[in-house]
Design a protein around this ligand. Structure first.
Ligand SMILES: *Cc1c(COP(=O)(O)O)cnc(C)c1O
Length: 594
């Protein structure tokens, strides 16, 4: 039912398409998948572009001390995807690497389909090293990563052309990994060759086609490559071009800088993240569009049934979740109790441990890395024991992978294991292996309270708390990322610490976390279950109705994709929208050009 030619191409190094397809590592990839799922629901003419990642990210194993081991997450593209005939050639160093493409269809609620193209270099005509270029997500060294990004950006732009997608007016770069697509666009603009003469007009033509979403306020999270390496891999004139365009010192290529200088619209992924990004990259007009999650994907079956019964329109139009404000608290408690049962059954299946459904259960699952502070809850074990003695028992479920090269992240997992050992038998703490979409669905829905303790201001948005809200699970979180906007104290959940603007003070935040648990949350949970259910209800009505991917996509349409403010140009592309279209004002010459 793809009736309109696609006008928007969405590029992402990772995409969470399906729990059986391990082409994602975490939040960024899940967001990409949720974006495409919402776009399909809304009938937006979009295509997705990523790499096939035959070895996935990795499968996580943890030993008894919490030491992480990584195994390849091998899968068979043949089983899930359709191989397409055209192959293209991407120049890399002195050679041409052949790239072919696999297609996956994301189908929306009314049958609208969005094709996703996953690029693959595992072809006989390529040399052995090149054949593995599209194997491992975030694997290898800087050289491997740089080559992968050339395949994604340049290869992606070329393959769209080869497939006949000639009506694309907007190229959306999800994070800077795909910024080399500007090289592919330049080739298209100059009849297949890179221009020998760089002009402001060419730059503007590229800018008019690109949109960029930045995803991390942590400087180390932005991709950078040494200029020598860039010169070796890209050759001239491409290397000089991108090193000039990124607006940074010439010995380093900053992929975020490249994307910033080549985009007509740039956004961060939450109100606070926009502010932090503007400080990081002064001179660029950086907007905000707060992330959202795909509601149907992340809502447990018990809550799907509840919503279907009371406001069945919610699947087509997530705004109907606002009507949850009228749900009977007893029905929310009943649905939640079933979600919790499903989670605890899976915990028992995986670990052999039987948890008590009557006990207050905290969930914490995210990438294991230092700033996420999975260990903040264990700052004072005696205080935690006292809380349990005074107000009732506590169970805590953890999950999350550390990047194979993140020793600090791996150490945090071991610290959680050590705390779990020390707290036995007063508090039950379990760390579940191999966090993925399937486990996230269970954990976000089946926990009673969703805990998040990032070091401010390093959380760009965070999305697992949004999944929790859709399932009536309130958050207890540091005021960072989306929680700055999403927290109404005692109504949608609870804040750890106070001021959203100041950097974290770990000791005060730990004390605040314990205070909220001891004096507010546990008493509410154990002594006033109907009042607890009212918090659950407002989490759905106020946050579920807003922090979903349909609202996010509508905002991308209105702010990012509709370059002349006319959404109809994006949705019904009768004529490809061009820079010289009569509806477009001349480009604003005051914007920075890098
Ligand atoms: C939602 C999700 C994430 C992102 O969660 P954050 O709260 O942003 O850290 C990561 N991994 C998986 C598997 C997810 O489902």
């Amino acid at each position: 039912m793809q009736t309109f030619p696609a006008t928007i191409a969405y590029f992402s190094m990772e995409i969470g398409l399906d729990p059986a397809i391990p082409t994602y590592s975490g939040g960024l990839g899940i967001l990409a998948g949720d974006t495409l799922r919402a776009a399909a629901d809304l009938g937006i003419p979009m295509v997705g572009v990523s790499l096939v990642h035959r070895l996935g990210y990795f499968r996580q194993r943890l030993d008894a001390q919490g030491q992480q081991y990584e195994e390849p997450a091998t899968w068979n593209p043949e089983q899930h995807l359709e191989a397409l005939p055209p192959s293209i050639r991407v120049p890399l160093e002195e050679r041409q690497v052949s790239v072919r493409v696999w297609r996956y269809w994301v189908q929306g609620i009314s049958g609208w389909k969005i094709p996703v193209y996953l690029l693959d270099t595992n072809l006989e005509e390529n040399n052995a090293w090149d054949r593995h270029l599209t194997d491992q997500l975030y694997g290898g060294d800087a050289y491997y990563r740089l080559c992968q990004e050339v395949i994604l950006g340049v290869g992606g732009a070329l393959i769209l052309q080869a497939l006949g997608h000639d009506t694309i007016v907007t190229y959306h770069m999800n994070e800077g990994h795909s910024a080399f697509l500007v090289l592919g666009l330049l080739r298209q603009l100059c009849q297949g060759e890179l221009p020998s003469q760089w002009t402001a007009e060419l730059h503007e033509q590229v800018r008019q086609r690109c949109v960029f979403t930045t995803h991390t306020p942590v400087p180390a999270g932005h991709d950078k490559f040494a200029a020598d390496l860039v010169r070796r891999v890209l050759g001239e004139p491409a290397a000089s071009l991108v090193l000039h365009l990124d607006g940074q010192p010439d010995n380093i290529l900053n992929m975020t800088g490249l994307a910033l200088s080549c985009s007509r619209y740039v956004n961060g992924v939450a109100l606070r993240h926009g502010e932090v990004s503007r400080d990081m990259f002064p001179g660029y007009p950086i907007n905000s569009i707060t992330n959202g999650v795909h509601a149907v994907t992340w809502t447990s079956e018990p809550f799907q049934e509840l919503y279907d019964h009371h406001f069945p329109e919610w699947r087509r139009d997530n705004l109907y979740l606002r009507y949850a404000i009228n749900l009977p608290p007893a029905e929310i408690l009943a649905a939640h109790s079933r979600s919790k049962q499903q989670l605890l059954q899976e915990v028992e299946r995986r670990t052999g441990q039987r948890l008590d459904p009557a006990v207050l259960t905290l969930g914490f699952a995210r990438r294991a890395t230092a700033y996420k502070r999975a260990d903040l809850l264990f700052s004072d074990l005696d205080r935690l024991r006292r809380i349990v003695r005074h107000v009732g028992p506590l169970q805590v479920l953890f999950a999350g992978k550390a990047h194979p090269q993140d020793e600090g992240g791996k150490a945090i997992i071991r610290k959680v294991f050590a705390a779990a050992q020390a707290l036995r038998p007063d508090v039950t703490v379990l760390y579940l292996e191999d966090y993925d979409m399937t486990l996230a669905r269970l954990l976000c829905a089946g926990s009673d309270v969703w805990l998040n303790t990032p070091l401010k201001p390093q959380e760009a948005s965070g999305t697992s708390g949004m999944k929790a809200a859709l399932n009536g699970v309130p958050s207890l979180s540091v005021l960072d990322g989306w929680w700055v906007e999403g927290c109404i104290e005692g109504v949608t959940g609870w804040a750890i610490g106070e001021d959203g603007q100041r950097p974290s003070d770990p000791a005060r935040e730990a004390a605040s976390l314990y205070d909220k648990l001891e004096y507010v949350i546990a008493p509410l949970f154990y002594k006033r279950p109907m009042a607890f259910a009212e918090v659950q209800r407002s989490a759905i009505a106020l946050n579920g109705s807003y922090y979903n991917a349909q609202r996010m996509m509508m905002q991308y349409l209105a702010n990012a994709y509709a370059s002349c403010g006319a959404i109809s140009n994006v949705i019904c592309p009768v004529v490809p929208l061009r820079q010289d279209s009569p509806n477009c004002p001349p480009a604003d010459s005051s914007t920075p050009t890098g």
